[in-house]
Write a protein that binds this ligand. Structure first.
Ligand code: 5GP
Length: 179
């Protein structure tokens, strides 16, 4: 039963996630004062984060989602990305904030930003909950980062372990001996 939560070590506690969401929400609210923003949540991993984050943003805001799935093994990104569902409305001329769960090699985000830029938004920024800087293979502009973490495979708060455990209210990792 690889998906049982009791095998996880705690990395980021619920209250720290809540506090960081509040801080990021305040930062985004200040940066876009007087503007409307269009938030794009990247499914499935960002589902929990985007729901918490938008409730901390005090602006006129619209929300859309797109689905991405990257090929590769459980812990290794291949950089080959498939769009599993597209946006429901155009983003041309809008201030877009892409909300992602984690940027690891950066390959997925690079693909996504290139795709979104062709649709001519007024501005395009990224807010990621987690960033693993030690794994970066490409440079991607990350305006808002919740937490920089070490190279661990993390689970919970939207992040899955082979589709399980997205519902955990904290972020944990599997200790090496258990993975
Ligand atoms: P990339 O390497 O392209 O930056 O990340 C590819 C995707 O791999 C991410 O969007 C995320 O879905 C997944 N991923 C990367 N690192 C982790 C991790 O530590 N845990 C989980 N659950 N998914 C990860």
């Amino acid at each position: 039963m690889r998906h049982r939560a009791e095998k996880l070590e705690l990395l980021i506690a619920e209250e720290d996630l809540r506090r960081r969401c509040r801080e990021l929400g305040e930062e985004i609210t200040a940066d876009y004062a007087g503007e409307e923003i269009h938030v794009i949540g990247v499914l499935k991993g960002a589902c929990v984060f985007v729901a918490d984050l938008i409730r901390e943003i005090d602006l006129d805001l619209s929300l859309d989602f797109l689905g991405l799935s990257s090929y590769g093994s459980r812990t290794e990104s291949s950089g080959v990305v498939r769009m599993t569902s597209d946006l429901s409305v155009p983003i041309k001329g809008r201030h877009v904030v892409v909300v992602e769960d984690i940027v690891d090699t950066g390959l997925t985000m690079k693909y996504l930003l290139e795709n979104l830029r062709t649709r001519m938004p007024e501005s395009l920024e990224v807010c990621t909950l987690l960033h693993k800087p030690s794994n970066a293979k490409v440079e991607v502009p990350l305006k808002y980062v919740g937490f920089e973490i070490a190279d661990e495979f993390v689970i919970g708060y939207g992040l899955d372990d082979a589709e399980y455990s997205r519902h955990l209210p904290y972020v944990g990792y599997v200790p090496q001996s258990e993975s």
